[in-house]
Design a protein around this ligand. Structure first.
Ligand SMILES: C[S@@+](CC[C@H](N)C(=O)[O-])C[C@H]1O[C@@H](n2cnc3c(N)ncnc32)[C@H](O)[C@@H]1O
Length: 303
């Protein structure tokens, strides 16, 4: 892989969540072959690499070339390879590397703080760059195009299904009406439009930005995130693990967590090692607010 340069020169800012818990539950040992399916800024990967040592092998994947460039600064060596791909493509990548199956897989789903703070891609509420929201801008449709072209019914369904937004219908209708006179091109355009929607205004002030669910919904839609999670764990990761190999998944919202929970309940396929999800310690929650919604589930592949 030739990593692209990060769009800004700064170091990665992402703080990996539940590192201690992930390492303990993955039961890593020197010499293991491990996949980090969402390498991000390489925080988990660098700790995994220490635990598996020079005899081990680390394979890192990410859909976002900018994140792989960050990861490449943290994890390097003959026993490391980084790949620009979804974890859905893991079986093909392992075939290329001539690896039959791996000992461990980690998926830390969702968005990295580095993507959120990159103002050129529309992830942040106040971002003035194009409202894109794709992890991989070389494929698919941007959120701005989806908002410009989707019907009110399509947008309503996206806001309801992927954002669990109670005001999905009035919001979709408002945005469709607004876009004919005021295009929604940036993150800030969308945040402002949502805050001006009469149904949102009637709700009054809230702790959360009122556009939170709409941003989540559009991001999930343009990246087809739930399809990747479903196919990724039920097919790609299952197929790529050795018998008795472990899969650990960190989710950040209930839609993802439900998919992982239901898959790990398939008793003929998995031995579910976390009947209740593991959450971050109160101490970690204090210094890294991002981890407050994180849930870690781990399962062992059965014969
Ligand atoms: C929460 S961050 C991971 C952070 C990482 N564990 C670390 O320690 O820096 C999630 C990453 O997953 C990537 N991603 C999202 N969906 C993906 C998919 N289907 N396949 C591969 N990477 C994906 C995102 O681009 C992002 O970099």
């Amino acid at each position: 892989m030739e990593p692209h340069s990060p769009s800004h020169e700064s170091q990665a800012v992402h703080v990996p969540v539940m590192v201690r818990e992930v390492l303990a539950h993955l039961r890593l040992a020197p010499g293991m072959v491990v996949v980090d399916g969402t390498a991000g800024a390489g925080g988990h990967s660098s700790e995994i690499l220490k635990a598996i040592g020079p005899q081990g092998r680390l394979i890192g994947l990410d859909r976002d070339p900018m994140m792989l460039a960050h990861a490449a600064k943290r994890v390097a060596g003959e026993n490391v390879s980084l790949h620009h791909a979804s974890y859905v493509k893991l079986p093909a990548i392992l075939a290329e590397l001539k690896i039959d199956a791996v000992d461990r897989i980690l998926l830390d789903l969702g968005l990295s703080s580095d993507q959120l703070s990159d103002r050129s891609r529309g992830f942040g509420f106040s971002s003035d760059g194009p409202l894109d929201l794709r992890f991989d801008i070389s494929t698919g449709q941007s959120a701005a195009d989806l908002l410009a072209q989707g019907s009110a019914e399509q947008l309503e369904e996206i806001f309801r299904e992927y954002g669990e937004e109670p005001l999905a219908r009035p919001l979709a209708e408002y945005l469709v009406k607004l876009r004919s006179t005021r295009p929604l091109r940036t993150g800030l355009d969308l945040t402002t439009a949502v805050s001006e929607c009469p149904s949102i205004r009637r709700q009054g002030p809230s702790d959360k930005n009122p556009a939170t669910r709409v941003f989540q919904a559009l991001r999930i839609a343009v990246n087809h995130e739930l399809d990747h999670v479903q196919q990724g764990i039920a097919s790609s990761c299952f197929q790529s693990l050795k018998v008795s190999g472990l899969l650990a998944v960190i989710t950040f919202h209930s839609l993802e967590d439900r998919i992982v929970k239901n898959e790990f309940r398939q008793k003929q396929r998995w031995d579910n090692l976390t009947s209740k999800p593991i959450v971050a310690s109160p101490q970690e929650q204090r210094f890294n607010p991002r981890c407050r919604s994180a849930k870690l589930r781990v399962a062992m592949k059965k014969a």
